[in-house]
Design a protein around this ligand. Structure first.
Ligand SMILES: Cc1ncc(C[n+]2csc(CCOP(=O)(O)OP(=O)(O)O)c2C)c(N)n1
Ligand SMILES: [Mg+2]
Length: 916
């Protein structure tokens, strides 16, 4: 063995290299191996070696973990458990579901509708869903609490078909598939969303899974969070299990595999992934030239998971038992996925010819079999009992999460136009012949005439109310705690703290300079101290606690870890020691924004999934927020999450010296595109105070009629500034709606201008106000715009209302607010022009916007702000220009101003303190 070939991972800490102290003996072993290969062939040698390894392990000769095992079922036939159900009855109604799912999608293609859908994915996964739904998955009424089941997004027709048989949906509802608005209006039924979208079907779907990769990562965090709740003493989740159904193609997504190690290191045995290895994705084979199951096995094992492979149905058992020299096992291993797919798109004769006949020994195994018998051999994931055995083993496994890799056929039972075809994913309807074939295979009691009557609308199958199979099916769900999927909107109220808690941000910072990030963190700490709801806050940090001043939570509130802390932290003697605990409050995800966003989603939906309202506070570098994990935030919006998303170190010029990858000048724009976000760019601590209180009241206070299901995005900065005390009678409504006046124009008779800014830009316009007054005799009023986007949203709503009800002729809040203000208006911020431009059409007068567009760079704050022309002097000159354009000032002031402020000189900027 060459020294470099011994590269097995050292997962369980075992030594993989040992010096050879008896080379002669080693050679003898090698020679006997050669002899074995020569005499009995490779497969036999392989078998002997594997069984030797197994023997060695049994005898405590520890060896590194093997990352792959043969291409056969992990669970031996003799180890399969007793199956407690009635397989025939369960097959009977599984057939109804298969039929109705395919019919629903076909009918959605009827003339005039043609909205599409997927047929083949549910066909390949139906068995796997049904084993779970009949024997494992617990509903919300189960005394142990419900399970969290992540159904595969585009297999939704199967869930709808089941709900129809269960009596939860009507035939008319099914006909509303993918016609969410048009169908109810037309028929009084219910339009069904294409995929699992809780926001679109609040009482049904729980987990939005259709954006591939997000489901697996969320599922891992769900299982972890269940342990968190247990550790916090907030809920007994010990009986709850998380199941995630994933596609083998989906496992290519980095998010699908990128969090596996967390599940293993945190020993999440409350988590099972079921990967449907139908060997196909949308366009074609997942690994035509390889073996996806083997690849995933190695990947999951390498990450520390328990792996159960369900490769072959029961028909293969006797062939494998007769496979004395392992020729069949060898052939199974050697056959490529692309060939397996092709076989299932053909017939028994093809399988005999291109599979069994490859080796005389395997050909002999089936020589007495008919082609039909060969064709009837199933893949493991399509075999009910094999899947039952796998689920049971997964539930019994302790100390590790489990993945079940189940081999199936895409388009299973749908006939030769569907099964295994490359185009099968996209096929949206069954033609008459396909329908007849499916009816026969599924034994659905429809005549040819019934199917021919209207081929665009083949009939749904609905059993009689007292059909024994139906009663059995309903009883199973009753025993398991109710139907699934189901979402309940339950934990909507918390006893919120009184004013005092928020007062920390009321009095200002005196002479001290405090950045808005620190102000926010100060309030968060107060909230965490609150006796009633303190434990509901979950700070989530991707390794930036120290950056944002959260490290003081380490010793007191601790970092959550299911293993606790089994080492002595290096700073054990210090006040701010790094402390981990099974009851820790902080969720630390490592350097993992994608994981943090998943954690946020899970915590922010706990009110519904657990009935336990929790408040996630996810703090991150704003640049690594929306643009990096925007899709997860979208999924969180879909799942009706609530919580704080804090884009700290925001601004294109504020994070001094950090450069383009860190300088965020656009996250409010991306946040704006997600309708589930209310986004604020506050400047002062006292503004933050009102925003945070308002959010908490909206989510968990008494019902105010407002939509509770909003997330709050706050951009906060790291630039220290003196925080003014909250003015008496401050305009709270203005702060919350997006704009309030913070300084009146000085008295006098000079021309007037309105200056607007948000966030860190507010001090620049206050300085501009001074310059304009003292140096140019111009009187400026100053507005703090806490939310450009909320102002826009409200204005658009008003416009929409006026569109349909012109007689009402309402005025947007912004236009009302600025009605008496004498323009022109000049706005600045530490963001792209497009941010203040969000409100352009409702500003009642000439509106001039400054902005920091494009890539950031490393420099001092003052120079960067001058470069972008967004600083105090730039605002001043812009205001003068605006007044010149209106004829209120003489044009000669412009040359003077440009020269006085040396506007093109980046070294002449003064807006911004030294780096912090
Ligand atoms: C992020 C993302 N990219 C692409 C898609 C489009 N898409 C939907 S299903 C699918 C193929 C899925 O294949 P697989 O995961 O193997 O599932 P199967 O249908 O085979 O069970 C693709 C590419 C998506 N839904 N999400
Ligand atoms: Mg697939």
């Amino acid at each position: 063995m060459s020294p470099t070939s011994d590269s097995a991972p050292l997962i369980d800490g075992l030594l993989t290299k040992v010096d050879d102290n008896d080379p002669e003996e080693t050679k003898e072993w090698h020679d006997s191996l050669d002899a074995l290969i020569q005499e009995k062939g490779g497969p036999r040698a392989r078998f002997i070696l594997l069984s030797m390894l197994a023997e060695a392990r049994k005898k405590n000769v520890t060896l590194p973990a093997q990352t792959t095992t043969p291409y056969v079922n992990t669970i031996n036939v003799e180890d399969e458990p007793y199956f407690p159900g009635d397989e025939d009855i369960e097959r009977t109604y599984r057939r109804w579901l298969r039929w109705n799912a395919a019919v629903m999608v076909t009918r959605a293609q009827r003339p005039g509708i043609g909205v599409g859908g997927h047929i083949s994915s549910y066909a390949s996964t139906a068995t796997m869903y049904e084993v779970g739904l009949n024997h494992f998955f617990r509903g919300k009424d189960h005394p142990g609490g419900g399970d969290h089941v992540f159904f595969q997004g585009h297999s939704s027709p199967g869930n709808y078909a089941r709900a129809f048989i269960e009596g939860r949906l009507t035939e008319d509802d099914l006909d509303g598939f993918r016609q969410e608005y048009s169908h109810p209006a037309a028929t009084g039924g219910r339009g069904l969303p294409s995929y699992p979208h809780p926001r679109r079907m609040e009482d049904f779907w729980e987990y939005p899974t259709v954006s591939m990769g997000l489901g697996p990562s969320e599922a891992i965090y769900q299982a972890w969070f269940d342990r968190y709740l247990q550790g916090a003493g907030l809920k007994d989740t010990s009986q709850q299990h998380t199941w995630a159904f994933l596609g083998d193609g989906e496992m290519d997504e980095p998010e699908s595999r990128g969090m596996l190690q967390l599940a293993a290191s945190q020993q999440l045995d409350n988590l099972t992934f079921v990967v449907n290895c139908n060997l196909q994705r949308l366009d074609g084979p997942v690994r035509g030239n390889g073996k996806i199951v083997q690849e995933l096995e190695a990947s999951f094992k390498g990450a520390g998971w328990n792996v159960i492979k369900v490769m072959w149905g029961r028909g293969w058992d006797r062939l494998l038992a007769a496979d004395k020299d392992h020729a069949l096992e060898h052939l199974m291993m050697e056959t490529l996925d692309g060939d397996y797919q092709t076989m299932k798109a053909n017939d028994g004769a093809y399988v005999r010819e291109h599979f069994f006949n490859k080796d005389p020994r395997t050909a002999a195994l089936v020589k007495d079999w008919t082609d039909e018998e060969i064709w009837a051999l199933q893949r493991g994931g399509n075999d009910y009992r094999k899947m039952y055995a796998a689920y049971k083993a997964a539930m019994e496994h302790k100390g590790q999460p489990t993945v079940i890799l189940a081999q199936t056929v895409k388009g299973y039972l749908l006939g030769s136009h569907f099964a295994g075809r490359n185009g099968t994913h996209q096929m949206k309807k069954l033609k008459l012949d396909d329908l007849k074939g499916l009816r026969d295979r599924l034994h659905i009691p429809f005549t040819d005439e019934q199917l021919e009557a209207d081929p665009y609308n083949p009939p749904y199958y609905k059993p009689a109310d007292d059909d024994p199979a139906l009663l059995y099916m309903l009883e199973r769900r009753k025993q398991l705690g109710g139907f699934l999927p189901e979402r309940r909107d339950v934990g909507n109220e918390l006893e919120l703290p009184g004013d005092k808690t928020y007062d920390v941000l009321k009095g200002g910072s005196g002479k001290r300079e405090v950045a808005s990030t620190m102000a926010f963190v100060q309030l968060l700490k107060e909230l965490i101290k609150d006796k009633k709801i303190g434990r509901r806050f979950v700070p989530i940090v991707p390794d930036e606690s120290r950056t944002f001043g959260l490290e003081s939570l380490f010793p007191t509130k601790k970092i959550f870890n299911t293993l606790g802390q089994n080492y002595t932290p290096v700073d054990a003697e210090m006040m701010l020691s790094y402390r981990e605990s099974t009851s820790g409050q902080v969720m630390h995800t490592g350097i993992n924004e994608a994981g943090s966003a998943s954690a946020f989603q899970v915590v922010g939906t706990s009110y519904a999934t657990h009935g336990v309202p929790m408040v996630p506070v996810y703090i991150f570098y704003s640049m690594f927020g929306f643009q990096r994990t925007g899709d997860q935030f979208w999924a969180a919006g879909d799942q009706l999450a609530r919580g704080f998303v804090i884009g700290a170190t925001a601004g294109r010029t504020t994070l001094t010296g950090e450069g383009t990858q860190h300088m965020d000048g656009h996250s409010p724009l991306i946040a704006w595109t997600n309708d589930a976000f209310v986004s604020y760019d506050p400047c002062y601590a006292y503004e933050i105070r009102h925003i945070v209180r308002d959010a908490l009241e909206r989510w968990y206070g008494p019902d105010s009629g407002r939509d509770r299901n909003k997330m709050y995005y706050l951009t906060v900065y790291n630039e220290p500034m003196v925080q003014p005390a909250e003015p008496e009678g401050v305009d709270v409504e203005g702060i919350l709606k997006g704009i309030h006046k913070i300084a009146d124009a000085p008295a006098g008779d000079g021309p007037e201008v309105q200056l607007m800014a948000s966030g860190v830009g507010v001090p620049w316009v206050l300085e501009a106000q001074r310059l304009l007054s003292e140096e140019w005799g111009v009187r400026a009023s100053v507005w703090s715009v806490t939310s450009w986007s909320e102002l826009r949203r409200e204005a658009l709503e008003v416009e929409q209302a006026n569109f349909l009800h012109p007689e009402e002729n309402r005025t947007p809040y912004l236009a009302d607010k600025l009605a008496g203000a004498e323009g022109p208006f000049v706005a600045t911020s530490d963001y792209d022009h497009a941010v203040p431009d969000l409100i352009r059409q409702w500003v009642p007068g000439d509106y001039h916007v400054l902005g920091a567009d494009g890539f950031g760079f490393s420099d001092t704050r003052a120079s960067a702000r001058r470069h972008y022309l967004i600083d105090a002097e730039s605002v001043t000159v812009k205001a003068l220009q605006a007044l010149v354009e209106q004829g209120k000032l003489d044009r000669s002031v412009l040359a003077k101003a440009l020269e006085r402020y040396d506007l093109e000189n980046v070294n002449a900027g003064t807006s911004g303190g030294q780096g912090e």
